[in-house]
Write a protein that binds this ligand. Sequence first.
Ligand code: FES
Length: 334
Amino acid sequence: MAATNIEVWQQGEIIEISQAANDIKKIVIRQSKPAKADPGSHIDLMVKANGEMVRRSYSVVSQSEDLKDLTLGVFLVPNSRGGSIAVHELNVGDQLDITQPLQNFPLRVGAERYVLIAGGIGVTAIMAMAAVLKRIGANYTLMYAARSRDAMAFREELEALHGENLQIFFDEDKNFIQIPELIASLDDNTELYICGPIRLMDAVRRTWLDSELENTNLRFETFGASGWYDPEEFIVRIPAKNVEVLVNKQHSMLEALEAAGVDMLSDCRKGECGLCEVRVLNLKGRVDHRDVFYSERQKEENEKISCCVSRIVTSESGLAADASGPALVEIVTT
Ligand code: FES
């Protein structure tokens, strides 16, 4: 199962849409150039949002045996930048540009034990992995947490497939994954795969790093979708280049700088690789670090930002009481 992230674009036709949970649609897309989706794969697709074509990534939940059809689960993101709204407005029969499946969250087959943690829509990145582990008879536990029963997608099929290997947690029951206890129970023969909201991933990552466990046995997928604060408009300035850009809620700092003609480096655009790093000169507000690249200490220092996902906000004491206007950051690009 070689990981691939070579982009091949093709046509996709929507052949089925149904409601998988509150605000989550199950969407089946037929590929014009059918390619295999290994566990942990995603596709990128182009949709029109707010009058412009935008590119969004969605995990492949499952694939038909003939490889033609890919099932996605798409969450209508609150304070969406427009992509998920546009995808929710698609209809059966619509055609769109999609990539063949891309892979940067591969499952390593061969570990003695696996723990898979899915939070909310993060289950879409985990489901295909769990199905493979079931098929090969691996020792695995799938832990799936959601706000409520209504918000949990794909529950019935997961229960049918995974039986006792599946543990379900609902915030509405105040039943949460006990992260310290879980991680204390693991050893170096266990691999943990996680995809979910930043709070959950951050808690797991911090507890893992405080343990003696091998760093390489913790693997995560972010999609850079959620932060600690709601997105706000903010200003980014590059004094050395005499550039000032207003970053609206619909775009990332990276996208806004690119649109302004600034030469930027990037790769994952999901807060994982660090290539889009910018250095902070001045800050009026608070950095909403949405990446998983920097350590806790680096995030507290606020000297560097992954500008593909992280944002600046005025919220929660980010600004002095008499401050007015949007938050602002002055940076140096690297
Ligand atoms: S491009 Fe990879 S962290 Fe921003």
